[in-house]
Design a protein. Structure first.
Length: 74
């Protein structure tokens, strides 16, 4: 199982979402924006960051597993 392409897509989506949010905050600065940031944007961004770390760890584990079980011609 390879995680590279999916991880890249998720990372790119996170970067795009952050850029759009940053652009929106330039013209939207009130209590509603702050509440939305605290309730939705920041938790979602944190969750995606954790998922990316987990995908990285899974990639390492699967690579190690693949290496451990692959046939070796010795």
């Amino acid at each position: 199982m390879k995680f590279g392409a999916s991880r890249s897509q998720l990372y790119d989506a996170q970067k795009t979402a952050r850029a759009r949010w940053d652009a929106a905050t330039q013209s939207w600065d009130d209590d509603a924006r702050r509440r939305h940031a605290e309730a939705v944007v920041e938790p979602l961004d944190d969750l995606v960051t954790h998922v990316l770390r987990a995908v990285d760890q899974l990639g390492v584990l699967f690579a190690e597993l693949r290496q451990a079980v692959e046939f070796r011609d010795e």
